[in-house]
Design a protein around this ligand. Sequence first.
Ligand SMILES: *Cc1c(COP(=O)(O)O)cnc(C)c1O
Length: 391
Amino acid sequence: MSDDQNYQLETLAVRAGTARSQFHEHSEAMFLTSSFVFDSAEQAAKRFIGEEPGNIYSRFTNPTVTMFEERLAALEGAEQCIATASGMAAILATCMGVLKAGDHVVASRSLFGASVNLLGGILKKFGVETTFVSATEVAEWAAAVRPETKLFFLETPSNPLTEISDIAAIAAVAKQHGALLAVDNCFCTPILQRPLEFGADIVIHSATKYIDGQGRVLGGAVLGNKKTLEGVYQFLRTAGTTMSAFNAWVFLKGLETLKLRMDAHSANALQLARWLETQPNVTRVFYPGLPSHPQQGLAKRQQKTGGGIVAFEVKGGKEAAWRVIDHTQMLSITANLGDTKTTITHPATTTHARNTPEQRAAAGISDSLLRIAVGLEAVEDIQRDLARGLG
Ligand SMILES: *Cc1c(COP(=O)(O)O)cnc(C)c1O
């Protein structure tokens, strides 16, 4: 494939990054090798001091991982992609790469739970402070900035309430204050949203979710320009939070069907969200593709569809919400998402159980809230499964 920038996303997802070995294999090869051999002592020396490009050791680079990185970089429109062992490893590597003791972070309050614990807990021990602000109120981001602010961090749409952060507006505030903006693009993937186009500096993925798409392996990625990511790469190659060749191979195959899957997840989710709005025992539906979503206009400008995550509230609090879950016969009762199989979660007693009731109330996570990560089953079958407990 030439470097033609005009290839569309579907094509890049199938073709970008492919590098064939001497055997001319058609499907990308999995290079299960921890190290690589050199032709001579001189070549070894040149590789180690960076005078000659090439693989040395799979903690640094591996050909299968490189193919995955190049393919995802092409999809996000990024100069560089660094694959990591998990989504959290990507977030850790980003923080370790761009921050130092004494720096300050402004982050959305509606982040993935482990991201909140990393920023608000672990990094605090190393002298990095984080101020958590509203995902949607841009003025709060500006007000939280300090002279030592180096990083803005957000996730859009948020989990589980699908709030939309205005990437371009928040990027402008970050830029004005000399801070970098990192966007966790896990829920949309580059098929639906490309944050770099809206002014973000760094894109982060949990590839575990939609990029795999079938719930098999863990992985992550950090994307941006080479200069911004230099420290991230140095951290990774030293600390070893690297993606395995096997997982990279699974993700390469996942990327090939990503466009088809994201379109299908989105179509199913929209149909399910519309149906939920007609159910008498459903009091509210949260989905960016619905006219009832308070930020539908922003969502339309920023992402191609509403995505695959739908949340809704039922009449009757926790008891009624649990009743819906316990009457399902097909849906998977699990907190995972981005799978071909539809999953159902009660956030208040699972993903957000460690928050205090006051924190949950502030975040809008009520006891009657359920989250569905809509899979690829027939939507009528998903509806029938939910209808059993909705009464
Ligand atoms: C799952 C998830 C992560 C963490 O990814 P892992 O691969 O589980 O480490 C980060 N951000 C978001 C939005 C997620 O959904």
